[in-house]
Write a protein that binds this ligand. Sequence first.
Ligand code: NAP
Length: 286
Amino acid sequence: MAAKIIDGKRIAAAVREEIRTRAAALTERSGIVPGLAVVIVGENPASQVYVRNKKRACEEAGFYSVVIEMPGDTPQNALLDKIEELTEDPKIHGILVQLPLPPQIDERAVIAAIPPDKDVDAFHPENVGRMMLGEPRFLPCTPAGIMKMLELEGIPVEGKDCVVIGRSNIVGKPMAMLLMQANGTVTVCHSRTKNTEEIARRADILVCAVGRAGFLTADMVKEGAVVIDVGMNRNAEGKLCGDVDFEAVSQKASYITPVPGGVGVMTITMLLENTLRAAESHETVH
Ligand code: NAP
């Protein structure tokens, strides 16, 4: 039987509508307009698209947003100075530095320079630690968006065998943590895993975050599994596609996310959620 397609666009639209309403109420109550600053260094075309989408999403939600474009040869100190300036700007509640950064800049130093209460990507070690402890300030956007999709589709995680393929700091590791915190039994596969295919076939919930088009084939999927495709790749024709062989896998899975229109739109939605929460917390402080 063909899988139900999890419509990320529809789910995101509903969540964004709630965010818009909450933001308007915050502004009405306290005059605070949630503000996001996105810093982009260099001219990576994919990054430029992501940044444009984030800015548009902010505007649609009624947020204030600024995009700061810095040249590709920007020295690290200049970027750190910019972060400091944004840190002190009361109109800015969230600061995001678009990754990857050019080689002369140490990504870790930049992430550490963003104050944890404005770190709406949730990459700062303090926020990573809080998430690990189950006391999050912000959740990392991609895994949080996936958890939200599962919740709103009514897909239970508790007691399920969950397999995450990929162990990056921004997707695989936090995804595994959130599934575990939702009482799933989690296995993580990576490039050194010996039997990824066999492990994947055991999954009730299978999250693929490898970054290779066509990586997840139908023979790696159990009949009736829930398949979440995080990948964002370009195929030979330059078209955006995920990691999953969608045509074949959708004949076996019970639920599947498409690319585009799946995880990506939810990621930006959770960025809005984090920015709004940062702004709301400001209201209680002052
Ligand atoms: P990444 O840092 O390159 O990590 C890829 C992971 O895949 C690594 O952990 C790697 O293992 C693992 N891997 C590579 N080959 C494998 C194999 N043959 N078998 C099993 N595991 C293998 O990538 P990422 O940042 O997590 O992103 C993954 C994909 O998601 C990319 O396409 C990216 O564009 C996309 N993405 C999408 C969103 C969204 O909003 N939709 C957000 C973020 C990322 P090792 O650790 O051993 O190298």
